[in-house]
Design a protein around this ligand. Sequence first.
Ligand code: NDP
Ligand code: 8X3
Length: 256
Amino acid sequence: MNSIRGKWALITGATSGFGKATADLFAKEGCNVIITGRRAEKLEALTNILKEKYNVIVLSYCFDVRELNKCVEMANDLAEREIVPDVLVNNAGLASGKNKIHEGLIGDWEKMIDTNVKGLLYITRSILPMMVTRNEGHVINIGSTAGHIVYPEGGVYNASKFAVKALNEAINLDLVGTNIRCCSVDPGAAETEFSKVRFHGDEEKAKKVYEGYEPLQPEDIANIIYFIVTSPVHVNITNLVVYPTAQRSFYVWDKK
Ligand code: NDP
Ligand code: 8X3
């Protein structure tokens, strides 16, 4: 067991879903956390809760991962404070819209590619050099089962998560000879704000995605990330795929 107590974890997209649950679990286990997101009020609320509940240090940075200069600013600020994240969870991401390619909205495509691919790269490029210099660290990339198999009307989201899968593999190759580990965690259907965002705020449509079976919960993913990060330092889990038991593929379900 490789304890995270007293260490630093940077979790992007911590205002809801997987990121929030991971920040909560890591803080509960005594890890100082750096949380990010665009919604200032949610970040502030989570900061206060984690400090009060777990007595750890919480730093928050409110910005959009699509803005390279903001990613760099955060990294510079951490460096000034002499903080090198022990763990980076590249979680900020989204699906926007669900359309056939020939009916797709360009704005949706740009949001997904810029956030899920370029945002992940911007954060990684800003933070990973600090880990390399110290020759220590762990990168967790949140991919998706959507990055293993494509499905109708999901094409651009699928492509963005196939890219995360490729980048996760590439980062691992490039880190050979260092002590830095890198893993993508690829969930199937999980009940978060994901579908509400995908359907542009349509709560009814979002709710239907999780009906008739027991979806994954944010805490399930947090527990998995915790397991990966706390495994012994000579153990590098490079990819973990997780579905709800009622879902075996995008196409194979047991829905009541
Ligand atoms: P949520 O919508 O609950 O959380 C997404 C988080 O990402 C929020 O904190 C949001 O914060 C942040 N975020 C989104 N866009 C940006 C941006 N441009 N800049 C900064 N932060 C951003 O969804 P999930 O927890 O489900 O999603 C987390 C990750 O998991 C995503 O990468 C998603 O693709 C992936 N995933 C989700 C699955 C699911 O079924 N739920 C399954 C497989 C993978 P804010 O809005 O405050 O910026
Ligand atoms: C989210 C899972 O199947 O809705 O990445 O794309 S799915």
